[in-house]
Design a binder for this molecule. Structure first.
Ligand code: G3H
Ligand code: 13P
Ligand code: ZN
Length: 326
């Protein structure tokens, strides 16, 4: 295949060592989604400035958007920029919510160092078989694999789920054993997107099911767990978006306190996409509202990138605990 590369040629790392350290240190590695240059630079600079390891992740549709051939070079550019800044943070390039063997293989062949096979919408045996097929291919190439058991409410890439089906702790051991996955995404009440819960004004959001997480930790001690749908939907950004002409009613996410608690447990990877989107959108709306004549993309995308840097540093320092762990 043309353009085949191993991730080590790009200067990337798989998740094995960073998860081991996160587990021992009681923090979580941030996994930020990106699909364009400003997002990628915002994430990278935020992680360099807070000295945090980072997982750069792209969904299948984000990869299509950025172009599958172009994408590994974006990650390579990020690695080179980090070097030029004199920093040495570990960087993983990860496929988020891969849904077929072919997609996972194509990512591995083009330089990804980690892939997710999300077979959570399949029955257990099918999910395990598909995940195992990806693991076999990936492990031969030292690429790490994330699986998923349980279904999150909201949208898991192109698959939509109205309700969440919590992970059944009794299935976890068998799944890990059958598939040899390196980490497992679980469903304990988080969900994707900006509207995670339906709550009335003044009402608290329902707490995550830490009892399920604890039961899973007992069954697979020391095994890296992943939380998807973990944006807090920072109220500051929702307010800014609404104040500058946007319309984001009833947007609500996972409180930082609950993510801090999760990060101290076996949760080694916390996925954040929506908060980054909100930070950039809020700033772009502000710049346009305050400067209606502005038409230089560097002015609004540059401000959006600066806001994302701030948000990434805050998450790493105050929520995930990954700052100064690179
Ligand atoms: O979990 C899904 C991620 O937020 C990616 O979203 O499919 O719109 O790129 P996307
Ligand atoms: P959020 O929508 O909560 O940011 O979740 C992102 C995610 O889980 C990506 O896989
Ligand atoms: Zn997800």
């Amino acid at each position: 295949m043309a353009n085949t590369k191993h991730y080590t040629e790009l200067g990337l790392t798989n998740t094995r060592d960073i998860f081991k350290k996160a587990m021992a240190g009681g923090y979580a590695i941030p996994a930020y989604n990106f699909n364009n240059m400003e997002q990628l630079q915002g994430i990278i600079i935020g992680c360099v400035e807070s000295k945090s390891p980072v997982i750069l992740q792209v969904s299948g549709s984000a990869r299509k958007y950025a172009d599958p051939t172009f994408l590994p070079y974006m990650a390579m550019g990020a690695v080179q920029m980090v070097k030029a800044l004199g920093a040495g943070i570990p960087i993983t390039l990860h496929l988020d919510h891969g849904n077929t063997f072919e997609l996972a293989k194509s990512c591995i062949d083009s330089g990804f160092s980690s892939v997710m096979l999300d077979g959570s919408h399949h029955p257990f045996e099918e999910n395990a078989a598909l995940t195992r097929q990806v693991v076999d291919y990936a492990h031969e190439r030292e690429v790490t694999v994330e699986g998923e058991l349980g279904v999150l409410a909201g949208v898991e890439d192109e698959v939509s789920h109205e309700v969440s089906h919590y992970t059944k702790p009794e299935e976890v051991e068998a799944f890990v054993e059958k598939t040899s996955v390196d980490s497992l995404a679980i469903s304990i009440g988080t969900s994707h997107g900006a509207h995670k819960f339906k709550v009335k004004p003044g009402e608290e959001v329902p707490p995550l099911r830490f009892d399920i997480l604890e039961e899973i930790e007992k069954r697979v001690p020391g095994f890296p767990i992943v939380l998807h749908g973990a944006s807090s939907i920072e109220p500051e950004y929702v307010k800014m978006i609404n104040a500058y002409g946007g319309k984001m009613d009833d947007a609500v996410g996972i409180p930082a306190e609950q993510l801090r608690r999760a990060a101290q447990s076996a949760v080694c990877k916390i996925n954040i996409d929506s908060d980054g989107r909100l930070a950039m959108t809020a700033m772009i709306r502000k710049v346009f509202a305050e400067n209606p004549a502005e038409f230089d993309p560097r002015k609004y995308l540059g401000s959006a990138r600066d806001e994302l840097i701030k948000m990434v540093k805050y998450k790493n320092e105050k929520v995930l605990g990954s700052a100064n762990k690179a």
